[in-house]
Design a protein around this ligand. Structure first.
Ligand code: SF4
Length: 155
């Protein structure tokens, strides 16, 4: 079973109240291979919401208490991100998911790249908070852009 970022399947969960829908991901749910979830909403954040970035290394550092997540206007939303990541992990365990397909570049869901914490549009290598937690607990985490290129058999 696969757990997947809700915005990839057309749910309007993104910070701007929109989605990142692709029919490939909708089909995974339609054929009952994937279940959608949005950790930022589940963590208690509203939609729409202020964009946020990890200040510090990456999602692993956030989990360890060595980095924080701040909104563009400076509010510390770290606890919401961690809570949402734990909620997604709980659902992944309940449905027996061994794989997560997660929206690229998100401070929660990014698997390969995240923004650098300066809100200037620059990416750096690293995982978001939810991706890092799911990977820590043994799930295979796949970046949504890479899935579209390589499917489950990415490098
Ligand atoms: S937290 Fe993840 S699932 Fe929710 S909107 Fe952002 S990228 Fe999509």
């Amino acid at each position: 079973m696969i757990i997947i970022s809700a915005c990839l399947a057309g749910f309007n969960t993104r910070y701007n109240g929109e989605n990142s829908c692709n029919a490939v991901f909708e089909d995974l749910i339609r054929i009952k291979k994937a279940v959608p979830f949005c950790p930022e909403q589940a963590g208690g954040l509203p939609t729409p919401r202020m964009p946020a970035e990890i200040i510090g290394e990456d999602g692993f550092a956030v989990i360890k208490g060595k980095a924080v997540v701040l909104t563009k206007d400076g509010k510390n939303v770290t606890e919401y991100f961690i809570r949402g990541a734990k909620e997604m992990l709980k659902l992944a365990e309940l449905i027996g998911a061994d794989t997560a397909i997660l929206k690229s570049k998100s401070p929660s869901c990014g698997c390969r790249f995240i923004y650098n914490g300066k809100f200037d549009g620059t990416l750096k290598e690293g995982m978001g908070v939810t991706a890092a937690l799911l990977a820590t607990y043994g799930l295979k985490v796949i970046d949504s852009d890479e899935y579209l290129l390589y499917g489950l058999y990415q490098k």
